[in-house]
Design a protein around this ligand. Structure first.
Ligand code: GDP
Ligand code: IMO
Ligand code: MG
Length: 423
């Protein structure tokens, strides 16, 4: 039986997962998404084109590779259809490259409305959700009310849909002044359902068992990041799924002892989009410089990302929870503008040193303590080998390896597939 390798984000998402999955795909037979949904925006760049994927796994462009949307994913048929339309010019054989778990849950138009109504009602305390209906859909999943992909083939699907929508309309009526036009949203949604029907719906647990038995190499592609995990992230400012390695097992139906390499991916600095604690956030000109140089604007919502220095306590925590076996460091090129780079080694809380993330981080003042590291001040974007990279970059990588106790196997120096250095 083969093992299932996992690639996932160690920060607050947008680490560059799409890029590295695309780079690694030639080593695999199957690429599988195990959680999240269209809140994700995974960017791939090659041959002068930039692609942003939301629901579809990042292996879709490579010949001979199967892509699986696992049971842990939530799917909005409208966004899914738009994704497929964007891929149409590339003439990919989608039908033979993409399958979907029957047990994946559907995001209804009313889930999106509930997300909006809930965020609006929270005012200043809002999560900063992508408003894609993620939270309400996972709530219906755990509340045992949800609709699943397999249901669309049932004769009573429309009844099931209507009955859940009725429930949602009841809840929406409690939000004072929240207005909406549901019939406008339902047409495109039903159209998307027809598109979904054209793809193969599978039992992913059986699919992966058979695939592993026949020697297929599998890579699970995480969405969001560890600090957004429903259990281990900066709750309540998190997403509604388990973004950590354990989520692979429940989100695909593969057993814990099948997990192989765990590739943890992080930016050479740190970003966050949406509300919530971010100890190393830079609200000054340096933060602006990182945002401008790193083009830190959301791939899904276009919102500016909050920027700051790398946070080692948060990374160590993420490595621990995920059992990370190797690291990929992204966007090293962005830091080329600085003479000195700062690294948060620990926090101070109420005058006491803290080496890990405190429980109630959302409600406490957690002051980062920094060490300064010499910058490389060299354009890295044309490098083709790690051996040729500046000594200061190598020193930064070695410093992080020593602090994090996990090897950095990949250093990324630009958004393109080719701008990837192997250490
Ligand atoms: P994901 O959600 O983890 O897949 O990441 P996103 O696609 O949301 O955000 C990462 C952004 O950084 C995208 O615009 C990528 O094209 C870009 N990117 C990835 N790696 C690098 C890199 O090494 N350098 C630079 N400058 N950009 C990168
Ligand atoms: P990828 O896969 C960055 C954030 C939102 C918000 C919180 C909850 O591209 O890394 P949700 O819509 O899930 O209810 O939002 O989580 N968020 C992300 N931030 N990258 C993502 O995905 C994200 N998906 C959700 O901004 O703060
Ligand atoms: Mg993203």
């Amino acid at each position: 039986m083969t093992q299932v390798d996992v690639l996932l984000g160690l920060q607050w998402g947008d680490e560059g997962k799409g890029k590295i999955v695309d780079v690694l795909t030639p080593q695999y037979d199957i690429i599988a998404r195990f959680q999240g949904g269209p809140n994700a925006g995974h960017t791939l760049e090659f041959e002068g084109h930039k692609h942003v994927l939301h629901t579809i796994p990042s292996g879709i462009f490579r010949d001979g590779v199967m892509n699986v949307i696992g049971n842990g994913v939530v799917i909005d048929p409208v966004i899914f259809q738009k994704e497929l339309e964007k891929l149409a010019p590339y003439k990919l054989d989608i039908k033979n490259r993409l399958v979907i778990s029957k047990k994946a849950h559907l995001i209804l138009p009313t889930h999106r409305l509930l997300d909006q109504a809930s965020e609006h009602a929270k005012g200043h305390d809002k999560i900063g959700s992508t408003l894609k209906g993620i939270g309400p859909t996972y709530m219906d999943k755990t509340g045992r009310n949800g609709l699943r992909v397999g249901d669309i083939f049932l004769p009573n699907f429309k009844e099931k849909y209507n009955s859940l929508v009725e429930k949602h309309i009841g809840i929406l009526s409690h939000y004072d002044g929240f207005t909406y036009n549901l019939s406008e949203l339902e047409g495109p949604w039903m159209e998307g359902i027809e598109i979904l029907k054209g793809l193969d719906a599978i039992d992913s647990e059986q699919y992966f068992y058979d695939a592993r038995k026949s020697g297929k190499k599998i890579l699970a592609e995480g969405a969001q990041g560890t600090m957004l995990d429903i259990d281990f992230g900066t709750y309540p400012f998190v997403t509604s799924s388990n973004t950590v390695t354990a989520g692979t097992c429940t989100g695909l139906g593969v057993p814990p002892n099948s997990i192989g390499r765990v590739i943890g991916i992080f930016k050479a600095y740190c970003t966050r989009v949406g509300s919530g604690p971010f100890p190393t956030e830079l609200l000054d000109e340096v933060g602006e410089q990182i945002r401008a140089e790193g083009r830190e604007f959301g791939a899904t919502t276009g919102r500016p990302r909050r920027c700051g220095w790398i946070d080692l306590p948060a990374l160590r925590y993420a490595i621990m929870v995920n059992g990370v076996t190797e690291l990929s460091m992204m966007k090293a090129d962005v830091l080329s503008i600085f003479d000195e780079i700062e690294v948060c080694t620990h926090y101070m809380v109420d005058g006491k040193r803290m080496d890990y993330l405190p429980y109630d981080i959302a409600n406490m003042i957690c002051t980062p303590v920094y060490e300064k590291v010499k910058g490389w001040k060299t354009d890295l974007t044309g490098l083709s080998s790690y051996a040729d990279s500046p000594a200061e970059l190598k020193a930064y990588v070695e410093y992080l390896e020593q602090k994090l106790e996990v090897p950095v196997k990949v250093v990324s120096v630009g958004p393109d597939r080719s701008q990837t250095l192997k250490n």
